[in-house]
Design a protein around this ligand. Structure first.
Ligand SMILES: [Zn+2]
Ligand SMILES: [Zn+2]
Ligand SMILES: [Zn+2]
Length: 138
């Protein structure tokens, strides 16, 4: 994985911290909160830097917000090609009751709901809850 190229393709300046941040997401098979990011990239980065970089990554279509069991802001890597202006995925998210992780479930699409009785739908989300494969036995 050429991290510098990925950053370049998404119009992001390549800094050592951003490379580390991206690396943390590629190495995580689920999703990360800002605090988890901070732990992974070490103490070199302060909170503001972490939040700013996450914000930039989200705006540029590298990561997207996913639901969190404790309503923390949590991000996951975009698997599909998201562009600078728009995220283009339509998948469900799974919150595990065992490990509190949130997973992207790429092969479950959100069903299409038509606008109804004056309620104009702009966005729909599908969040599933249960046990992930590693917590299935508990
Ligand atoms: Zn996306
Ligand atoms: Zn789990
Ligand atoms: Zn997702």
């Amino acid at each position: 994985m050429d991290l510098e190229l990925v950053l370049k393709e998404h119009g992001l300046r390549k800094t050592t911290f951003r490379k580390e941040l991206l690396h943390a997401f590629y190495n995580s098979n689920s999703s990360l909160t800002a605090d988890e990011v901070k732990t992974k990239v070490g103490e070199s980065a302060d909170r503001v830097t972490v939040y700013r970089a996450l914000d930039a990554f989200e705006k540029k279509g590298l990561i997207h917000r996913v639901p969190d069991k404790n309503n923390l802001t949590r991000y996951a890597l975009c698997q599909s090609k998201c562009s600078t202006d728009a995220h283009s995925h339509n998948h469900a998210h799974f919150i595990c009751n065992g490990c509190d992780e949130t997973y992207c479930i790429e092969d479950v699409e959100i069903p299409v709901v038509r606008n109804t009785k004056g309620f104009v739908i702009k966005k729909s989300k599908l969040t599933l809850e249960g046990n992930c494969p590693s917590c299935a036995d508990s």
